[in-house]
Design a protein around this ligand. Structure first.
Ligand code: NAD
Length: 496
């Protein structure tokens, strides 16, 4: 069976220590093993990155960007292979995996414009004959720790920009679906990236702790669940590192009585069930204003959900695939059971779905739960599965209060035809990314991505302009030159 190792100093590296299974979740079978890096392996990767930093930071930004242009082309050429690798280990459909790659490509494109982003700021005559400028310098070795649900896109939120800014990088991807991420290292190498600038260590807590403790690592970007995000943020900060740690979510959609229900239902289906709900921006709660809106919505959702197709990533007809592991499948089913126990109404139950030919796969079908209240565990916690919960309230104000009271503040949206209501919502909702008749308001690469409250620890969001700030530090130079008399004494006449 293939054993997946690491990428250090421009080479595939294998280690003998601990390893673990990698599954094909549609089949419920082990298809590979992944090696779990020990402290020494991670330190080797940091040493390689530290050594590469000295010349990489002096490489002109336009030359660093040229590597990114090459990399972008190679990702495009290889996107079928990448999408299949994602689908095989994560379970999402190949077409959804291509969507993930596309969003990643947009982050590479942004990194291609790094020379402009690093131009700095200049003020002439801040005092008599004094000029001042600010420079944005790379930090050194920076680390990324990424989740299973976007094995290509989330790393691409980080390393293209970090590297283009002149840093060197050590990535610790998710151990659950490592193959597509590791393939990116090969593509970067073919793009002409010098050895040691980008490194991958596969692993678990031991690898992460090493990255957090090693003094040579100057900054850490983390994306994953909130409990881990918070502990990583604290540990990195205690160790003097810059850190941004993006966590979990509970994304609500308000459906107003005036919303166009047909188009709202269409959008809700994709946003709730795409990628089996394993997206940090997935819509998992609908707050319907008034029973009439709720009843009409439930009716339409029920009809449309009967058409959802669930199965293997390879069948382009499928709407979504399995959950990533058996443990996660059980966890999602337990949340559905808990909602029922606590008094909610299961309208469509995906727990006993049968997928012919994939009987051992970790599937949960689309699930719709009505009459959910804020005391229920399934409401308070992130489910991260194909489960859409409906809450009923009397007014938009009550709906907004629910959202503002929730511990997470990643994404939200409102469906309405009323511009004033939408404007009020956007101004007053305590969530970082807001959609108006847009169900998945993921910012494009030249904005930045980040939630509020316990969905993001740190001051700066991921990628885009915040990403440039995160991966650089400002240096401000104030300069005055006194006359040394050279200019005045210059002779232009031919000496005689
Ligand atoms: P996770 O927190 O289990 O794992 C994320 C990373 O942390 C992985 O690389 C993992 O190996 C590592 N890790 C796990 N346990 C650790 C420990 N005890 N100490 C140190 N490192 C540890 O998350 P996941 O299950 O891979 O991903 C799903 C979660 O990620 C969801 O909560 C989802 O909302 C969140 N997510 C958030 C965003 C965002 O932008 N806010 C984006 C994608 C995913």
């Amino acid at each position: 069976m293939k054993s997946i190792g690491h990428w250090i100093n421009g080479q595939h590296v294998s280690t003998d220590g601990r390893d673990q299974d990698v599954f094909n979740p549609a089949l419920g079978e082990v298809i590979r093993r992944v090696q779990l890096a020990d402290r020494k392996t991670v330190e080797d990767a940091i040493s390689a990155a530290q050594q590469a930093f000295e010349s990489w930071k002096r490489t002109p930004p336009s030359k660093r960007a040229r590597v990114m242009f090459q990399f972008k082309q190679l990702v495009e050429i290889n996107q079928d292979k990448l999408a299949r690798l994602i689908g095989e280990e994560h379970g999402k459909t190949v077409s959804d995996a291509k969507g993930e790659i596309q969003r990643g490509l947009e982050n590479i494109e942004y990194a291609c414009g790094v020379a402009d982003a690093l131009k700095g700021e200049y003020s002439k005559n801040v005092g008599p004959d004094i000029d001042s400028w600010s420079d944005f310098q790379p930090l050194g070795v920076v680390a990324g720790i990424t989740p299973f649900n976007f094995p290509v896109m989330v790393p691409m939120w980080m390393f293209p920009l970090a590297i283009a800014c002149g840093n060197t990088f050590v990535l610790k991807p998710s151990e659950r679906d490592p193959s597509s991420t590791l393939f990116l290292a090969d593509l970067l190498s073919q793009s002409g990236l010098p050895e040691g600038v980008f490194n991958i260590v596969n692993g678990d807590k031991e690898a992460v702790d090493t990255l957090l403790e090693d003094k040579r690592v100057k900054a850490v970007s983390f994306v994953g669940s909130t409990a881990i995000a918070e502990s990583i943020y604290r540990k990195a900060s205690d160790n003097g590192k810059r850190c941004q740690a993006l966590g979990g979510a509970k994304n609500h959609a308000i459906v107003m009585p005036d919303a166009d229900l047909d188009s709202t239902v269409n959008q809700l289906l994709g946003a709730a069930f795409g990628s089996a709900g394993e997206r940090c921006m997935a819509l998992s709660v609908v707050v319907a204003i008034g029973d009439k809106t709720a009843d009409a919505l439930i009716d339409r959702l029920k009809t449309e959900m009967a058409k959802l197709k669930v199965g293997s990533c390879l069948d382009s007809e499928n709407d979504f695939g399995p959950l990533v592991t058996k443990q996660h499948q059980d966890k999602v089913c337990n949340y559905i059971a808990s909602a029922q126990l606590q008094g909610a109404e299961i309208v469509v139950d995906g727990r006993d779905i049968a997928v012919p030919g994939y009987e051992s796969g970790y599937f949960v079908g689309g699930t719709l739960i009505d009459k959910v209240t804020s005391e229920m565990t399934s409401y308070q916690e992130e489910i991260f599965g194909p489960v859409l919960q409906v809450m009923r309230v009397d007014s938009m104000q009550q709906a907004m209060q629910l959202i503002n009271d929730h511990e997470y503040g990643n994404g939200t949206c409102i469906f309405t035809r009323d511009g004033e209501a939408a404007r009020y919502f956007a101004d007053n909702i305590e969530v970082g990314m807001v959609g108006i008749n847009v169900p998945l308001p993921v910012p494009v690469s030249y904005h930045s991505f980040g939630g509020w409250k316990r969905s993001l620890f740190g001051d700066l969001s991921a990628y885009g302009p915040d990403g440039v700030r995160f991966y650089t530090r400002r240096k401000t130079v104030t300069q005055r030159w006194f006359s040394a008399g050279v200019r005045e004494g210059t002779q232009f006449a031919f000496p005689s």
